[in-house]
Design a binder for this molecule. Sequence first.
Ligand code: ZN
Length: 108
Amino acid sequence: MDYKPQNVICQNCKTQFTIEPEDFNFYEKIKVPPPTFCPGCRMIKRMAFRDYRVLYRRKSNKTHDIIFSIIPQESLLKVWERDIWWSDEWDSLAYGKDYDFNKPFFLN
Ligand SMILES: [Zn+2]
Protein backbone atom coordinates (compact mmCIF):
# COMPACT_ATOMS: atom_id res chain seq x y z
CA MET A 1 0.00 0.00 0.00
CA ASP A 2 1.14 3.55 -0.73
CA TYR A 3 1.48 5.55 2.48
CA LYS A 4 2.45 9.18 2.95
CA PRO A 5 4.47 10.50 5.92
CA GLN A 6 2.11 11.27 8.76
CA ASN A 7 2.73 13.73 11.60
CA VAL A 8 1.35 12.45 14.88
CA ILE A 9 1.17 14.02 18.35
CA CYS A 10 2.59 11.75 21.07
CA GLN A 11 -0.15 10.56 23.41
CA ASN A 12 2.27 10.84 26.33
CA CYS A 13 4.54 13.91 25.93
CA LYS A 14 2.48 15.76 23.28
CA THR A 15 5.46 16.32 20.95
CA GLN A 16 5.03 15.78 17.23
CA PHE A 17 6.72 12.90 15.48
CA THR A 18 6.55 11.57 11.94
CA ILE A 19 5.60 8.08 10.88
CA GLU A 20 7.36 7.37 7.58
CA PRO A 21 5.82 5.31 4.75
CA GLU A 22 8.27 2.43 5.30
CA ASP A 23 7.25 2.39 8.97
CA PHE A 24 3.59 1.91 7.96
CA ASN A 25 4.63 -0.96 5.70
CA PHE A 26 6.48 -2.56 8.61
CA TYR A 27 3.55 -2.16 11.01
CA GLU A 28 1.24 -3.66 8.41
CA LYS A 29 3.66 -6.55 7.87
CA ILE A 30 3.84 -7.42 11.56
CA LYS A 31 0.12 -6.67 12.00
CA VAL A 32 0.36 -4.01 14.70
CA PRO A 33 -1.29 -0.56 14.69
CA PRO A 34 0.86 2.55 14.07
CA PRO A 35 2.40 3.94 17.29
CA THR A 36 0.69 6.61 19.34
CA PHE A 37 3.81 7.30 21.44
CA CYS A 38 6.87 9.11 20.04
CA PRO A 39 10.14 7.12 19.64
CA GLY A 40 11.55 8.59 22.87
CA CYS A 41 8.49 7.65 24.94
CA ARG A 42 8.45 4.18 23.36
CA MET A 43 12.08 3.70 24.36
CA ILE A 44 11.30 4.79 27.92
CA LYS A 45 8.43 2.28 28.08
CA ARG A 46 10.67 -0.52 26.76
CA MET A 47 13.51 0.31 29.13
CA ALA A 48 11.18 0.52 32.13
CA PHE A 49 11.05 -3.26 32.07
CA ARG A 50 14.84 -3.67 32.14
CA ASP A 51 16.89 -2.66 35.11
CA TYR A 52 20.52 -2.36 34.11
CA ARG A 53 21.50 -0.57 37.30
CA VAL A 54 21.03 -3.51 39.67
CA LEU A 55 23.25 -6.55 39.42
CA TYR A 56 22.47 -9.78 41.20
CA ARG A 57 25.02 -12.22 42.51
CA ARG A 58 23.69 -15.58 41.41
CA LYS A 59 24.61 -19.03 40.17
CA SER A 60 24.97 -19.81 36.51
CA ASN A 61 22.30 -22.26 35.41
CA LYS A 62 24.94 -24.01 33.28
CA THR A 63 28.06 -24.30 35.45
CA HIS A 64 26.60 -23.33 38.86
CA ASP A 65 29.51 -20.90 39.29
CA ILE A 66 28.77 -17.55 40.92
CA ILE A 67 28.16 -14.84 38.31
CA PHE A 68 26.70 -11.33 38.20
CA SER A 69 23.57 -10.75 36.19
CA ILE A 70 20.69 -8.32 35.76
CA ILE A 71 18.42 -11.32 36.28
CA PRO A 72 17.96 -12.50 39.88
CA GLN A 73 18.34 -16.11 41.01
CA GLU A 74 14.58 -16.40 41.71
CA SER A 75 13.77 -15.78 38.03
CA LEU A 76 12.64 -18.74 35.95
CA LEU A 77 14.93 -17.57 33.15
CA LYS A 78 18.14 -19.50 32.59
CA VAL A 79 21.28 -17.39 32.93
CA TRP A 80 24.70 -18.51 31.80
CA GLU A 81 28.14 -16.99 31.65
CA ARG A 82 28.66 -14.81 28.58
CA ASP A 83 31.44 -17.03 27.22
CA ILE A 84 29.18 -20.07 27.36
CA TRP A 85 26.33 -18.17 25.72
CA TRP A 86 28.56 -17.30 22.76
CA SER A 87 30.11 -20.78 22.58
CA ASP A 88 28.99 -23.93 20.81
CA GLU A 89 28.58 -25.71 24.14
CA TRP A 90 24.81 -25.55 23.89
CA ASP A 91 22.24 -26.32 21.25
CA SER A 92 20.13 -23.28 20.44
CA LEU A 93 17.58 -25.55 18.78
CA ALA A 94 16.83 -26.97 22.22
CA TYR A 95 14.87 -23.74 22.70
CA GLY A 96 13.26 -24.05 19.27
CA LYS A 97 9.55 -24.19 18.80
CA ASP A 98 7.43 -25.15 15.83
CA TYR A 99 6.26 -22.11 13.94
CA ASP A 100 3.13 -21.83 11.86
CA PHE A 101 3.72 -19.30 9.07
CA ASN A 102 -0.03 -19.03 8.56
CA LYS A 103 -0.45 -17.38 11.96
CA PRO A 104 0.76 -13.88 12.92
CA PHE A 105 4.07 -14.00 14.78
CA PHE A 106 2.93 -12.00 17.82
CA LEU A 107 -0.10 -14.19 18.45
CA ASN A 108 1.89 -17.45 18.65
ZN1 ZN B 1 6.47 11.18 23.63
